[in-house]
Design a protein around this ligand. Sequence first.
Ligand code: KIV
Length: 285
Amino acid sequence: MSSKIKYKISDIQNLKNSKTPFCTITVYDYASSLIINELNIPLVLVGDSASMVMFGYENTTRISVNELLFLTKAVSRGINRALIVADLPFMSYQPSNSLAVENAGRFIKEGRADAVKLEGGIEYIDRVENIVKAGIPVMGHIGLKPQSVLQESGYKIKGKTFESAKEIYRDAIALEKAGAFSVVLECVPVELADIITSKLKIPTIGIGAGAGCDGQIQVFHDLIGSFKKSSPKHAKKYLNIERSIAAAIENYIKDVRDRIFPNQSNYVTMHKNTLAELKKALENT
Ligand code: KIV
């Protein structure tokens, strides 16, 4: 693994002052973590989008704490530079402050994450305050909140009306006041994202919120085109790895059928004397 210095919360906050936006990405497994660890990525998120892309559930309300913890442990074995943020799954923080602190603590102690993220503004501000008070850094997430998909009968874009924009603005200010170290703005109008970014002292990290945010976040599978089922408007496919994977596996199937694979370099052989001895010994069995 790369031995460069590990990013701390203060380093992420200082990125607010840099002239160029920073890039963050979701990650869910060890092999991908090793790749990301070599790149210029200051923060990774073990997102609850794992619910769909890793576990095949229909939305993010299904994934459990234990399932996401399992992935967080794998990621933290592969990342030693980026700050690791773990998502708090649906119902791991909503019921009470004490449950929120307890579950956030599991991601830090068992998952070896450096911070947690939760969805919500003013309605969950006491969760943020309590987790921060317990010594755990919190990233906020406002605008489109995927964990509200059941209640809102789908993924609803927020912030387009005056009232809704004011609400999101208030959420952002409240999160900063409550001690959040950064905030994700998901699918809010670019103008609102720019206003929030200029008002907050903490960095904003956008997804579908325009180029004016301090940083951007993307889902790993969206970037490399490895998830057949979704291609959201806010994502850009830099690769179509799904096609490459299918082509590679088709070549494997063909090689096996044509007895091209495995070949001499893929198997071990026996010394000819040992083989002769074995055959002899087995003659009358
Ligand atoms: O779970 C996730 O992938 C996220 C990002 C889209 C911000 O929350």
